[in-house]
Design a protein around this ligand. Structure first.
Ligand SMILES: Cc1cc2nc3c(=O)[nH]c(=O)nc-3n(C[C@H](O)[C@H](O)[C@H](O)COP(=O)(O)O)c2cc1C
Length: 132
């Protein structure tokens, strides 16, 4: 099966509070489940880090819609890979709200320099999805 896996980060808009973020994730999980899209999103107060997997003809238009979404800004694609297998097969949209871990890890990774290591970031999401 030809799939793509795309990792991006963005910044929540000023008026996107915790309730709106939960709504984004709940809606995403529901929609993705219908479209065989899987993935994971990590959020803290300052950023979204999301990975999406699925067929390119599904994921690419979805990313375009997501980019237009006023609930966040400064979307930046960190990596895009073709793949045969899903890393997040059990998740239509897994989600972790970062307390300490993201502050420590993601801000260290993403911090001031957004050209961080996408491989490490993806590993972080895989660990979180496994509950590690
Ligand atoms: C950070 C963020 C992540 C999102 N992730 C998804 C997602 O994984 N799947 C999805 O269908 N919509 C996601 N959305 C919502 C889309 O931007 C869009 O509102 C939704 O797909 C409905 O689009 P439509 O109104 O054009 O049908 C996300 C939005 C934001 C701000």
């Amino acid at each position: 099966m030809d799939l793509i896996r795309v990792l991006y980060c963005s910044k929540p808009s000023e008026d996107t509070g915790y309730a709106e973020k939960l709504e984004i994730v709940t809606d995403a999980a529901e929609r993705n489940g219908r479209r065989a899209v899987t993935g994971f999103i990590l959020l803290d107060d300052e950023r979204f880090l999301q990975v999406l997997e699925g067929r390119p003809e599904t994921v690419r238009p979805l990313l375009e819609r997501i980019e237009q979404d006023p609930r966040h800004t400064d979307m930046e694609i960190l990596s895009e890979t073709e793949t045969e297998t899903r890393l997040f097969g059990h998740w239509s949209m897994g989600f972790a709200h970062a307390a300490q871990r993201v502050d420590e890890i993601a801000s260290a990774e993403l911090g001031e320099d957004a050209t961080s290591d996408p491989v490490k970031l993806l590993d972080l999401l895989v660990d979180l999805a496994r509950g590690e």
